[in-house]
Design a protein around this ligand. Structure first.
Ligand SMILES: C[S@@+](CC[C@H](N)C(=O)[O-])C[C@H]1O[C@@H](n2cnc3c(N)ncnc32)[C@H](O)[C@@H]1O
Length: 353
């Protein structure tokens, strides 16, 4: 019989029960976001459940229960005397302000999508089969866009592109760029809004994402300079781009080396590949922390399964780390590969032929 340390068991149970609360609270964040509860609270200050329910056309009893979940998690504060709940300004930035780089509800939308697909993942674990990006609940696509877009708006043109050698000048004076695995086109559109003399084309193998990206470009008023086309990372036209970008997608691909070779051949003379990947250290133990935990979770059921669904099926994972990514670009024949900059959630690499 294995002997169990009571104190360690108690400590682990405390942690696991906390996770149980956190897991159901993920759904609570989804509800607060979908129903406009956070946005109403951000606009109104201290508020009673009845007023919040009336303001958002929701059921007051459910809203009351939800508010106590939120207060228990430190998402809102509660004034017992007044019977009011309040969303503090810091939480409002993270939960109610779609333009803030701290905005998080997109990630929770992605988690709801993953829960919906849970039995597909059970089957994939048993069989080893891949699950293509296109096979997921469609909330994953919108969730990804809403999670990443604020970061692109906050950092891409102000901090990331200026760190690449000669790229900003080229884009300002008029260049062509291809955004591979562009999804709903958040990064493509942010670049097009800033570099008005340049032309952009976004490619993704997922046709439904390309339809949405085209709509987003029209809504943003940049459709005259941005095209979106359905194409995989190994079959888009190699039209001599000054810049080829991969935002959080290379590790989702079955054949990242093949994608990098194709990108190298698609570059104009002196062109640059910009690779943005989730923040990660080179060794698994470097990533055994809260952020790595979230990335490994999404990577298990989204990224590695997406890669497995494609030819080669390398299944790099979202926490591949710099050394592994460098190897891929060296195998693909690039002359240089370097870490250009980083944020707490991303590392930006530059590769040149
Ligand atoms: C995590 S999403 C990132 C989307 C987008 N780059 C962003 O940052 O919002 C990964 C994207 O890679 C695309 N993708 C995966 N494999 C691909 C391939 N072989 N060729 C083109 N796109 C691919 C998926 O369809 C999906 O849109």
């Amino acid at each position: 019989m294995v002997s169990v340390d009571g104190a360690k068991l108690e400590a682990f149970m405390g942690r696991a029960l906390g996770d149980l609360g956190a897991a159901i609270s993920g759904l609570m964040v989804y509800l607060g976001d979908r129903l406009g509860l956070y946005k109403a609270m951000a606009a109104m200050g201290p508020i009673t459940p009845d007023v919040l329910a009336a303001e958002t056309a929701t059921d007051a009893r459910y809203v009351h229960e939800w508010l106590d979940n939120q207060a228990a998690g430190g998402y809102v504060t509660y004034d017992a005397r007044a019977g009011t709940y309040e969303l503090p300004p810091e939480q409002a930035l993270a939960l109610a302000d779609e333009e803030s780089p701290a905005f998080l509800p997109g990630g929770f939308t992605g988690i709801v999508a993953a829960y919906v697909d849970a039995d597909t993942f059970v089957d994939a674990f048993r069989t080893g089969r891949g699950v293509g990006w296109h096979e997921h609940d469609e909330r994953l696509f919108v969730g990804t866009e809403r999670l990443f877009r604020p970061g692109y708006k906050g950092y891409l043109v102000s901090e990331w592109i200026p760190e690449l050698e000669g790229v900003e000048g080229r884009l300002r004076s008029g260049a062509t760029a291809a955004d591979i695995g562009c999804g709903h086109g958040a990064s493509t559109i942010v670049m097009a809004q800033t570099y008005t003399a340049s032309r952009f084309v976004g490619f993704d193998y997922h046709a439904a994402s390309i339809d949405t990206a085209r709509r987003r470009a029209s809504e943003a008023g940049v459709a005259d300079r941005v095209r979106f086309e359905v194409a995989s990372a190994k079959d888009y036209p190699q039209d001599g781009y000054d810049l080829v970008t991969f935002f959080d997608c290379l590790h989702d691909m079955g054949d990242p080396v093949g994608a990098a070779v194709h990108a190298r051949r698609a570059l104009a003379d002196g062109g640059t590949v910009m690779l943005v990947e989730p923040f990660a250290g080179d060794h698994p133990e470097d990533n055994h922390n809260p952020v790595g935990r979230a990335f490994y979770g999404f990577s298990t059921v989204v990224c590695t399964m997406a890669s497995r669904a494609q030819e080669v099926g390398l299944a790099l994972g979202a926490q591949a780390g710099e050394a592994r990514l460098r190897e891929i670009f060296e195998q693909a024949g690039f002359a240089t590969f370097r870490r250009a900059t980083e944020t707490p959630l991303n590392i930006v690499y530059e590769a040149r032929a």
